[in-house]
Design a protein around this ligand. Structure first.
Ligand SMILES: [Zn+2]
Ligand SMILES: [Zn+2]
Ligand SMILES: [Zn+2]
Length: 392
């Protein structure tokens, strides 16, 4: 079967200079043949140097020159895939170049307009790199483009009507939606792969706020901290200090706690915005943390990102007065001291909700992990703990 397919290419009449339509025929034939072989798993019958040279011999000498110049510019050796890619691009630009001859006067005028602007020839619009206006490289290889800030890259890409998948100029038949190089962005951030279908050079990182709400609070205010059980590998458990932080977009776990529990995480990276507006990029891991209320056996899985430190020490607070004020004498309020092990952010919104009670500035809430107290402390300064930005 492979033979009959490749024979069609072998028998293809060698191209003469200027035979653009035939060039397109050849490209289609090669593509079709390759796809057919790929379906039956025999793509190696085409993806080899023998076939590569057969196809090269079908092109006219001028075509071969352009192809080898392209190879020189980009470096590396000729492969079947590169040839296929080059032929597809070449075909598109030839179709574009010859289009006005066949279509309405409307597009003719457009072409003239472009010519007048460029001052040179119709090739003007076919530069590989629309930014540098030359053909020594593709836009996704363009050092000038990569050197721009992400906001400038997005701006330029929009202004130049660029396909967000491959960074080449988009057109009537080429958009992000149907681009042959369309693929999900591979950048991982904040514990998840980006869900956009754009080129990684157009990926704008989403810096994460982690500590705003807690740091904004007066140092005398009581932070919503609760003691809960965190489970690790091989039945290891730890009584942990859990901080509820509705000002944090993600949840965090202290790296030492991770080590103690032997939790296994997945590599990730994140950009965090620190107090003062600075942004920092860091490599870390994301964990699934099983957390259990001390009151019952209900277990919750918290997706949390590893951090060297979440807060300064939390000091012990006399709870009896507080529980009395809030009318929670019969409830257990578990509030420990020491470092915060786990911060539950607003990404686990359900963990923050529940029945609440209030007495002056003090609030108590019945969260899934149990009652937690926060707000202004009864005598103004009893809390005495401070919470600072994440140390990275
Ligand atoms: Zn360029
Ligand atoms: Zn594209
Ligand atoms: Zn992305």
């Amino acid at each position: 079967m492979s033979d009959t397919i490749t024979q069609d290419i072998v028998k293809f009449r060698p191209l003469q200079p200027g035979e653009d339509a035939q060039f397109c025929d050849l490209v289609h034939l090669v593509k079709r043949s390759f796809n057919t072989l790929k379906e039956v798993g025999s793509q190696n019958d085409m993806d080899n140097s023998h076939m590569l040279s057969i196809i090269e011999q079908k092109m006219c000498p001028d075509d071969r020159k352009v192809w080898s110049r392209d190879l020189e510019r980009q470096g590396g050796k000729a492969t079947f895939n590169r040839l296929m890619e080059w032929m597809s691009v070449e075909m598109k630009s030839r179709m574009r170049a010859t289009a006005p001859l066949r279509s309405s006067s409307n597009s003719l005028r457009k072409v003239n307009h472009l010519q007048a602007q460029g001052g040179e020839d119709t090739k003007q619009t076919n530069h590989r790199c629309w930014l540098c206006r030359n053909s020594t490289h593709w836009p996704d290889q363009c050092p000038k483009f990569a050197a721009l800030s992400i906001d400038d890259r997005l701006k330029k890409a929009k202004e130049n009507h660029v396909c967000f998948s491959c960074l080449k100029r988009a057109g009537r038949d080429h958009r992000v939606a149907n681009c042959t190089r369309r693929q999900q962005c591979t950048i991982e951030e904040n514990g998840a792969q980006c869900n956009q279908f754009h080129h990684i050079l157009l990926h704008k990182s989403k810096a994460i706020r982690i500590t705003t709400a807690s740091t904004a609070e007066a140092s005398s205010a009581l932070l919503p901290i609760i003691t809960a059980n965190i489970h690790g590998q091989d039945g290891i458990q730890k009584r942990a200090n859990v901080l509820f932080d509705t000002g944090a977009q993600v949840s965090l776990i202290r790296n030492n706690t991770v080590l103690t529990l032997g939790l296994k995480g997945k590599d990730t990276s994140m950009t965090i915005s620190k107090v003062g507006g600075d942004e920092e990029f860091m490599q870390t891991k994301v964990y699934r943390v099983p957390v259990e209320s001390s009151d019952d056996d209900r277990r919750y899985s918290i997706k949390a990102i590893g951090m060297p430190s979440i807060s300064k020490e939390v000091t012990a607070v006399q709870m009896s007065e507080i529980t009395e004020l809030l009318g929670l004498k019969n409830e257990k309020l578990r509030r420990g001291k020491g470092q915060v092990d786990l911060l539950i952010g607003i990404d686990h919104a359900h963990m923050h909700t529940g029945e609440s009670k209030q007495a002056g500035q003090l609030v108590a809430r019945s969260t899934p992990l149990g009652w937690v107290v926060f707000g202004g402390s009864p005598r103004g300064n009893a809390g005495n703990q401070s919470h600072t930005s994440c140390k990275v």
